[in-house]
Design a binder for this molecule. Structure first.
Ligand code: ATR
Length: 299
């Protein structure tokens, strides 16, 4: 894939610190090429003290917007003119869109997960009992988007119980979807609230860093034998593509979803917000899968 830049090229990108590991530029540039539009996506390494300056540079330089990654997803918000409801609820922005001088913040992470669930997993959260493992930024995005998409009930399980409790309360208050919190305790002993939540879950979403490369050689974060065999098990970790949780869930007989889809589809939705076009999202996903395979082969 080659990108040709002219005086008319529209520029978007991603800000983060660090940003060197990002797979988004090749994924988006492949999509622009497929769409036949004169756009380019570039990484910007922005340190925390420059977040405000970076946001102000969007209208100054005439960028169409950018993605926002760790650690700027919250800090960027105070510099925007408008924040979409879902991003407000999540309390973080991963996509900024520039509309005639106005900067609008969105969060496509949760919707990216839901699109992956639907396209790759053939499932929806509508009416489902969803168990989320973790209560950090990714968990918050998925919990809010799942609630807005009509999940029947949410259970948030986290090592630090107070964070799970705060998230469950917030989701319940803001969306009306029933949401409970449980302590994420690796023992999953019979009769515990976690074991009960595992037994009742239709969809499980693992959002913590447990199982992520280079500390991937760890036992699954929960005892999957407590799950129904019909439960659908998702892990948003994509390095490695197949985590110990995913392997154990397959062995137990569950259908599974690996993490690269959420990354591809959050990008696809951002691209749709910038361009107003349908993203070639299968191409974006395949580009990402190829990049991850090349990375894994190089280790
Ligand atoms: P992200 O934005 O990727 O969600 P984060 O906001 O730092 O990252 O959240 C990390 C999540 O992984 C948290 O839920 C964290 O649990 P705590 O709130 O108890 O810290 C969870 N996590 C990280 N390491 C963990 C571990 N070894 N065992 C269990 N949970 C872990």
């Amino acid at each position: 894939m080659s990108v040709s830049i002219s005086g008319k090229t529209t520029v978007v990108g991603v800000i983060g610190d660090p940003v060197s590991h990002t797979l988004s530029p090749p994924m988006h540039n492949a999509a622009f090429s497929q769409l036949g539009i004169d756009w380019v996506y570039v990484p910007f390494h922005v340190r925390p003290e420059f977040v405000g300056a970076a946001v102000r540079s969007i209208p100054a330089l005439g960028l169409k917007g950018f993605n926002v990654t760790v650690p700027h997803k919250v800090a960027v918000m105070e510099h925007l003119d408008e924040i979409d409801r879902e991003a407000q609820l999540i309390g973080a922005v991963n996509t900024v869109v520039h509309e005639r001088g106005r900067l609008i913040g969105y969060n496509t992470d949760g919707r990216g997960f839901l699109r992956s669930l639907q396209r790759q997993g053939g499932r929806t959260v509508a009416g489902a009992n969803v168990l989320i493992l973790g209560a950090g930024g990714a968990a918050k995005a998925i919990a809010c988007s799942a609630a807005l998409a009509g999940a029947g009930r949410l259970v948030i399980a986290n090592r630090t119980f107070d964070k799970a409790n705060d998230l469950a309360h917030m989701v319940n208050e803001q969306t009306g979807v029933p949401a409970d919190a449980v302590e994420l305790d690796g023992s999953c002993r019979v009769g515990s609230r976690l074991a009960e939540a595992l037994g009742e879950a239709d969809i499980v979403v693992q959002t913590t860093s447990v199982g992520m490369y280079p500390r991937h050689d760890v036992p699954p974060i929960v005892d999957v034998t407590r799950l129904k065999r019909e439960a659908f098990v998702c892990d948003i970790v994509y390095r490695p593509r197949e985590t110990s949780l995913i392997r154990a869930a397959k062995t137990h007989g569950c259908d599974v979803l690996t993490g690269e889809g959420m990354l591809a589809y959050q990008g696809a939705i951002a691209l749709e917000l910038w361009t107003g076009l349908d993203a070639p999202d299968e191409l974006m996903l395949q580009t990402l899968i190829n990049l991850l395979a090349a990375e894994a082969a190089a280790v």
